[in-house]
Design a protein around this ligand. Structure first.
Ligand code: ADP
Ligand code: MG
Length: 590
């Protein structure tokens, strides 16, 4: 007997919805992008209970005909591309024709829409992919889309939504990613009858102020400097933060061709431009818009479309770095920068797969003024960001960052590294030290995007229980950020076709189980808590094990990476990394 069947559309749509519509924020994004694609100049967003009960988007765009309104909810129905070649010349936000069918598969949708040329509009109601009503209706030109009771027919997904507060935060952050780059469009955002944002038409800079400035004191953009470059490859425009305004709550946005993107590699370019201008863990805000020929980027790599692959990443890295640097230099009215003298900045390679020492190349927060071999037990206060340092001839980065590390580090019992210091003799636990270094790297990758991936020759399959499946689905995005190439295979299965490069050669299934169990243990759904758990579990599994003999270079590297961290004495979970035998203690033993 043959057993293969085609899935009914409603089921296929629910599966697609699992990818496209993960939470109210993803639904909002799709609806607003559709309004923008329809040429709307005014978009109103009305939300109830953080999107759980209602997400409504009202636009004054071109509207839909009666037939189109119905068609719009069919799978792969789109007015935006006709053939595969169009994919490489995208000018619209949407193109997959996936959003509306996915949304209507998991919610109760009501659409009211009219085109300018039609006298009457259309009212269409769809519950869980079933059309329950379609009739003519009077309404203004444009589209009014109500999505009610999201996940009403998928209790497990509904249960997995976070607190209203978190979901609302997600909605707003999605909203910001859109409105910042569409300042010419007027937006309002209402939550539970409270107006959270009312954004009249504005310039890019004004829009940033509207969104992030305090209404009582609109000074947010005073701390930003304009950047602007046009080359054949790319046009870069935007605003970057003055170093002295850098802090912890930095707002960092990249857009390409009007679309928000994450781009860890370009982030690195911006941060490189600030070298020596920031202290400790400060980060500058930036709002950077790039325009490139759509043929030279691929937005098709991820269903939620925030990771974007560029053809010319390395030259753009250099252009971006020079642009930001120049703006920072110009803004300071001191003598102009001599770029030739500064020399060529060493470029990290995107997705370079690394062997034992990834932290060398990945951004970890480095306090360059700190030297653990001085007498003081207090951490010296780092020098304030200093504009002048831009003008001083610069030492190669490598040399400056390294405190003096003794080269005669002794490894004891394959477990401790003995490091003489002014405090006494340090015993450094090698596994914990490396775990801590990696932890910092992974945390960084989790918040900034992608890590080096090692593709597996033979993909592995991870089988999960029903409840772990839910948990896994919620951390899947984070796992991708940290270097796992995973895809849902079936209702309780994921395939693993790539792993973080440091994990290669080890069993990825057991590491994923380790991560899963440590996330489950927390019993919370707070993103930052589980990210810490993910980073810690992965760090523990990829760190140098006890018993491994290290080469002199590896020993030195590990110690130098450790001492570059500002908090290097205890692991994230509070275990001692370094124990010191002071000279007095030693003398007392004789
Ligand atoms: P995509 O945006 O990828 O084309 P969607 O499922 O999001 O796919 O939308 C399907 C189609 O429905 C769009 O191509 C468009 O023609 C139509 N549509 C959706 N929303 C609107 C809207 N707000 N105004 C006008 N047309 C819309
Ligand atoms: Mg769309």
């Amino acid at each position: 007997m043959d057993v293969i069947r085609l899935l009914p559309d409603s089921v296929a749509n629910q599966i697609a919805a699992g990818e496209v519509i993960q939470r109210p924020a993803s639904c909002l994004k799709e609806l607003v992008e559709n309004s923008l694609d329809a040429g709307a100049t005014r978009i109103q967003i009305i939300v109830r209970d953080a999107g759980r009960t209602l997400l409504q988007v009202i636009d004054n765009g071109q509207g839909m005909s009666e037939t189109d309104a119905r068609m719009a909810f069919e799978r792969h129905a789109t007015s935006k591309i006709r053939e595969a070649a169009d994919l490489f010349n995208l000018r619209t936000m949407g193109f997959r024709g996936e959003a509306l069918p996915s949304i209507c598969a998991v919610a109760q949708v009501e659409v009211l829409t009219r085109r300018a040329e039609d006298e009457v509009g259309t009212l269409l109601e769809i519950h869980g992919s079933q059309v329950v009503r379609q009739e003519p209706a009077t309404c203004p030109v444009g589209t009014n889309m109500k999505v009610k009771n999201l996940f009403f027919n998928i209790p497990v997904r509904r249960k997995f939504l976070k607190t209203d507060q978190t979901e609302l935060r997600n909605l707003l952050s999605e909203f910001y990613r859109i409105v910042l780059v569409w300042p010419q469009v007027q937006f309002t955002f209402v939550h539970n009858d409270e107006i959270m944002h009312e954004l009249p038409e504005a310039s890019f800079k004004q829009r940033i102020e509207q969104v992030f400035g305090k209404p009582s004191k609109p000074t947010f953009t005073l701390n930003l400097v304009d950047i602007h470059t046009e080359t054949e490859l790319v046009t870069i425009r935007g605003l970057v933060g003055k170093p002295e305004a850098a802090g912890r709550g930095a707002r960092q946005y990249f857009f390409v061709n009007g679309r928000f993107m994450r781009h860890p590699y370009f982030h690195k370019a911006v941060m490189t431009a600030y070298t020596n201008l920031l202290t400790g863990d400060q980060e500058p805000s930036y709002f950077i818009c790039m325009e490139v020929n759509p043929e030279n980027i691929d937005v098709n790599i991820h269903p939620t479309k925030t990771e974007i692959k560029f053809q010319d990443e390395q030259p753009i890295f250099q252009i971006l770095l020079a642009t930001v640097r120049e703006a920072l230099g110009k803004f300071n009215v001191a003598p102009s920068l001599d770029f030739d003298r500064e020399g060529y900045v060493e470029m990290p390679t995107p997705n370079a797969s690394s062997t034992y020492r990834p932290a060398n190349r990945l951004p970890i927060q480095v306090d360059t003024s700190y030297n653990p071999f001085t007498r003081t037990h207090e951490r010296p206060v780092a020098a304030p960001a200093n504009w002048q340092s831009l003008y001083e001839p610069q030492l190669p980065q490598e040399e400056k960052d390294k405190p003096t590390i003794p080269s005669d580090i002794y490894q004891y019992h394959g477990r401790y590294l003995l490091v003489p210091s002014s405090e006494g003799l340090m015993f450094v636990d090698q596994h914990r030290a490396h775990t801590h270094v990696l932890y910092k790297t992974y945390i960084d990758q989790l918040s900034h995007g992608q890590a080096p991936v090692q593709q597996l020759l033979f993909p592995e399959v991870l089988d999960l229980s029903a409840d772990d499946m839910l948990l896994f689905a919620t951390i899947a995005e984070d796992l991708r950020h940290i270097g796992f190439d995973i895809e849902q295979l079936g209702p309780r299965q994921y395939s693993i076709s790539g792993v973080p490069s440091l994990l290669s050669g080890q069993d990825p299934i057991s590491t994923l189980q380790h991560i899963l169990s440590s996330v489950r243990e927390t019993g919370t759904t707070a993103t930052d808590v589980w990210r810490r758990r993910i980073a810690l579990a992965l760090a523990a599994d990829t760190a140098i094990p006890y018993g491994k003999t290290l080469t002199p270079a590896e020993k030195e590297d590990l110690i130098s990476q450790l001492f570059h961290l500002s908090d290097y004495r205890y692991t994230e979970d509070g275990k001692t990394i370094i124990s010191v035998l002071t000279d007095e203690e030693l003398a007392g033993k004789f």
